[in-house]
Write a protein that binds this ligand. Structure first.
Ligand code: C2O
Ligand code: CU
Length: 525
């Protein structure tokens, strides 16, 4: 496990375009290649003979890409401990799937776990039956059984897939899904996908233990003014700095725009592409090139702030959708949110990319190495100054005018969505009800819907809607998203069109909040 470079997804842009222009056969080979441990990003990618994944010859208008994912219990080693966790096809993250906009994606998921599972295609508006929410859109895939997800991919962009059963997401069941646009509008030389994660399974009990502790700690501490139950930060943490307390950090820089509450859980490890800070995922480029980074927060309970030391980040996409590009030094990403950024390589050397686990003193990191630089990466002993620089986040972005989706105007239906609950009884609610003891929200097809969100809790919540995008209307920002991170007391408006019939989950992407109630089913008739 934890194969070095297994997930690089490094693809020289020019070469990739060249591949796309070749015959369907080569295209297929390039596509299939992505379903395996990829070559180390330091080697030039070459098309390989496909091995384990079969590709069905396209018969109709749309091309078809076929993948197989085996959901397995895998032996892993992290932080010099050995344990068993769940993965897709034995890699962490799962294999990167690639498809082209308008193509048909068929993924056969075979469940070799001792428990049921499903896959949700986060961010892709799929038909209801393919959405992967157990008991809402499909019966979960039982042990020993398989299920084929089959849908035409209607939009381009960066996306990801993950399990939607219980606390399985806090094991290793996630991976990237990249939808190549019919026509690329962003120009870059290389790209890398970086999946951010928080890891406790096998190091600090199991996710189920963590949930039990959260509930128990809440009960113990009710009335004692205690707010969170920090676990011991382990490897990957930094020495305490002035202003830091375990599980709580006081921002020093003037540009830090948020109160940072302690997270519910401080994890023993934070990972980028399955690799801990001590043996980091390494990516590379050459001076003068532009890198595209697809930054996906696949963590269960951690908001990250990402910075690349010595460089600026230019955000081009939020949740896969193009935005008016914005530059900054750090980027805040909630669970279930993701951004594409461009980096101009103009500062040769070896640089850490840091993903600070907000509210803790711990980090994930990866390494950018310019070709020809032989230095060893600088030790990460201080909080990089970029993290105190200009911070980008969902509420300062604006969807690019090129995006055709009309912004719904006068709503047919307006609903308050009040987020409630707290660490005390560790029960999280929407409009006072905790799922599954909660009424469905029933909407008529094609209705223009306005959700007025109110976060009445002391914790941030990344709220995610299945099957649709929504416009986040903020102060001067209209952004098309499917997940939006809400800080305490924030009250944004979400406008959307209920145009995808079926039953759709709407929930907090903090896994432990979702598991303890912060979810609703939306029924579109
Ligand atoms: Cu990525 Cu319902 O979740
Ligand atoms: Cu939440």
């Amino acid at each position: 496990m934890n194969r070095k470079g297994a997930h690089g997804a490094a693809m020289n842009r020019r070469r990739f375009l060249w591949l796309l222009s070749m015959s369907g056969g080569l295209l297929a080979a390039a596509c299939r290649q992505a379903a395996f441990p990829l070559p180390s990003p330091s080697t030039t990618p070459t098309p390989k003979t496909p091995q384990a994944v079969s590709l069905t010859t396209p018969t109709r208008l749309e091309k078809e890409r076929t993948y197989t994912l085996e959901v397995v219990a895998s032996e892993m080693r992290l932080d010099s401990q050995r344990f068993t966790s769940f993965t897709y096809s034995g890699t962490l993250p799962g294999p990167e799937l690639r498809v082209r906009e308008g193509e048909r994606l068929r993924v056969t998921v075979s469940n070799r776990l001792p428990e049921p599972t499903t896959i949700h295609w986060h961010g892709i508006p799929v038909p209801h039956a393919m959405d992967g929410v157990p008991d809402v859109t499909q019966p979960a895939i039982q042990p020993g059984e398989s299920f084929t997800y089959d849908f035409v991919v209607p939009i381009a962009g960066t996306y990801f897939y993950h399990t939607h059963v219980g606390l399985q997401l806090d094991r290793g069941l996630y991976g990237a899904l990249i939808v190549e646009p019919a026509q690329e509008t962003v120009s870059y030389d290389r790209e890398y996908t970086l999946l951010l994660d928080d890891w406790l399974d096998g190091l600090n009990g199991t996710p189920e233990d963590a949930l039990q502790q959260l509930v128990a700690a809440g009960h113990d501490q009710m009335g004692h003014g205690m707010h969170s139950m920090p676990m011991m930060p382990g490897m990957g943490s930094l020495p305490m700095m002035p202003g830091m307390t375990p599980g709580g950090y006081s921002p020093a820089g003037p540009n830090v725009a948020f109160d940072e509450s302690a997270p519910d859980l401080v994890y023993p490890l934070y990972l980028i592409n399955g690799q801990p800070p001590e043996s980091p995922f390494t990516f590379e480029g050459q001076r003068g090139e532009v890198l595209r980074l697809r930054l996906i927060n696949a963590a269960s309970a951690t908001i990250f702030r990402v910075a690349l030391v010595g460089h600026r980040l230019r955000v081009t996409h939020a949740d896969g959708q193009p935005v008016d590009p914005r530059e900054g030094e750090a980027l805040r990403i909630g669970m279930g949110e993701w951004y594409d950024v461009l980096v101009q390589l103009d500062n040769p050397g070896v640089w850490p990319l840091v993903a600070w686990a907000e509210g803790t003193s711990a980090w994930a990191r990866a390494i950018l190495r310019y070709q020809g630089s032989r230095n060893s990466p600088p030790p990460l002993t201080q909080r990089p100054k970029e993290l105190a620089g200009q911070l980008l986040h969902g509420l300062v972005l604006r969807t690019a005018p090129s995006v055709a989706k009309a912004l719904p105007t006068s709503p047919d239906r307006e609903l308050p969505i009040i987020l409630g609950g707290g660490m005390g009884d560790y029960r999280w609610t929407i409009n006072g009800q905790a799922y599954p003891d909660a009424d469905p929200i029933v909407l008529q097809r094609s209705q223009h819907v306005r959700f007025r969100l109110h976060n009445m809790t002391t914790m941030p919540h990344p709220m995610h809607l299945h099957g649709h995008f929504f416009w986040v209307r903020g102060r001067g920002s209209d952004t098309l998203r499917d997940t939006i991170l809400l800080d305490p007391m924030q009250e944004p408006i979400l406008d959307w069109v209920a145009d995808n019939p079926g039953q759709w989950a709407f929930h907090c992407h903090h896994l432990y909040h979702m598991e303890t109630g912060m979810m609703r089913v939306i029924v579109i008739q």
